[in-house]
Design a protein around this ligand. Structure first.
Ligand code: NAD
Length: 462
């Protein structure tokens, strides 16, 4: 495993930095996609699946190479890259191989008496050219999963990944090339936000965006001008709710993993931990003890790696400093005044007594910081959890499954884990997406395939 020097990522970014695509380049990218779409859309789902199966075999054969590139590009541990990125893409490919054909068949619908003698069904067609714009925190998984779903549904795809992880972009380019996909079926474009904007201006038939709320707003307004349908996967401020009857050791492990995997740079990170007051002291003590056992570094089996960019560290720092200045208490971790300059290694932090109004509780943090908050009543904690504008995920921990389900039913959010964290996104059978400012629309599962399809209702008179 190679060592990631503090400036390695910035060097790589500037190495690729930016020769923006000319108008001509983008034009020829679109022309290639449109030309190929007229062929690809006529492939049967099984024929498309043959290509996706080849891709799966190729990714499986190259899993270590892929995980290593991701590890170097992002700073996340190798094993985390392998499990949360490579394996998840393989699992999604398996899902599509098994189910896409059946899910995309025309579906019979009932016809009421008033239309006696007629037949009704729903049919699915590809949308055309799908533009996927993806972020840096899971540069492989969050780019590849929407791409393969869109391909399975019969679209040609333009993928514009984040400019912060260019080596992963190049890797994805080579993977599709090595598999030998027909020219124009999927084109991976190295570019920044400007390139993303220009690609939208060329009018794709659908946009699947994953990234920040601010960019999501811009993309949606640009898309609205041209009436381009979009799925937006945006930010999170996920609450984890721990009732007194929860299995405490498991909940502690869940909180640490949920808050600190990928150094907290996960849209579904636990960013607010609500603990029932009666168990708060013991829970905090267990958190501190378990945290001390985590190993941070570059080793293959490290629990924690480093942050991806210095810019993100600065953002995290300002939220932590504000919270501490406003009276919050540092329970574990380093005070920001002692953070090493130019180091991406950020020790995880537990923070208590956080005032309600500070940005650490209200804005996405995207760093290894866990604010811990007490609650007394079920209704109270549901209200607190729902206070955020970001409705992406949540988790509820209790031995009482009736209560778990009751609370889940009242949380205004796209994804809930009961007695677990984050992991619902790893199930390709479950649709994934946020609500409120956490996002619009879903992918994964049948819903994903339908999002990438035009759905035509047919009424047939024989
Ligand atoms: P970002 O919004 O800065 O960038 C995301 C992508 O959008 C990049 O590829 C970027 O080049 C592109 N982009 C930027 N401006 C654009 C424009 N005007 N037009 C078109 N494209 C543009 O996000 P980021 O910093 O890369 O990612 C972190 C954010 O992503 C966090 O807020 C996180 O919560 C969110 N995220 C959400 C999910 C989810 O599933 N909901 C998953 C991962 C990350």
């Amino acid at each position: 495993m190679s060592n990631l020097s503090a400036s390695a990522i910035d060097d790589r970014v500037s190495e690729y930095a930016w020769q923006p695509k000319t108008e001509d380049d983008l034009e020829s990218i679109y022309q290639r996609a449109r030309k190929q779409f007229s062929v690809w859309k006529n492939y049967s789902v099984q024929e498309r699946i043959v290509w996706l199966r080849k891709l799966r075999y190729h990714i499986a054969e190259n899993r270590d190479r892929i995980a290593n590139v991701i590890h170097q590009a992002t700073g996340k541990p190798f094993l985390e890259a392998l499990s949360s990125e490579v394996m998840m893409v393989l699992e999604s490919l398996r899902f599509l191989e098994k189910h896409a054909e059946k899910l995309l068949r025309p579906q019979k619908r009932k016809t009421p008496m008033i239309l006696f003698g007629k037949k009704s069904y729903l049919q699915f067609q590809p949308r055309g050219i799908v533009l996927v714009i993806s972020p840096w925190n899971f540069p492989f998984q969050l780019a590849m999963v929407p791409v393969i779903e869109a391909l399975a549904a019969g679209n040609c795809v333009l993928l514009k990944p984040s400019e912060w992880t260019p080596s992963v972009t190049e890797l994805m380019q080579s993977l599709f090339h090595e598999v030998g996909f027909p020219e124009g079926v999927v084109q991976v474009i190295l570019g920044d936000g400007k390139t993303g904007r220009e690609l939208i201006q060329k009018h794709p038939d659908f946009i699947h965006f994953t990234g920040s709320v601010a960019t999501g707003r811009r993309i949606q307004s640009l898309a609205a001008e041209q009436l381009i349908p979009t799925t937006l996967e945006l930010g999170g401020k996920d609450p984890m709710i721990v009732f007194a009857d929860a299995h405490l050791e498991r909940a502690v492990r869940g909180a640490l993993w949920g808050a600190f995997c990928n150094s907290g740079q996960v849209c579904l990170s636990i960013e607010r931990l609500y603990v029932e007051r009666s168990i708060l002291p013991v829970f905090q003590e267990l958190l501190i003890q378990s945290l001390a056992q985590l190993c941070q570094g570059e080793d293959i089996d490290a629990d924690l790696g480093s942050m991806t960019t210095m810019a993100q560290i600065e953002k995290v720092k300002s939220q932590v400093l504000e919270a501490l200045q406003q009276g919050a208490t540092l329970l574990a971790g380093e005070h920001p005044d002692h953070w090493l300059e130019n180091s991406r290694k950020l020790a995880p932090m537990l923070i208590t007594n956080v005032p309600n109004h500070v940005s650490l509780l209200n804005e996405e943090t995207f760093g290894p910081i866990l604010p811990i908050l007490p609650f007394d009543q079920e209704d109270e904690v549901i209200e607190l959890a729902n206070q955020s504008r970001l409705g992406l995920g949540a988790s509820v921990w209790t031995a009482d499954l009736q209560r778990a389900k009751r609370v889940a039913a009242q949380l205004v959010t796209g994804n809930v884990c009961l007695n677990d964290v984050i992991i619902s996104i790893a199930n390709p059978y479950l649709p994934y997406g946020g609500t409120k400012e956490g996002g619009i629309g879903k992918y994964h599962g049948a819903e994903g395939l339908y999002a990438f399809s035009i759905q035509t209702s047919i009424l047939l008179s024989e």
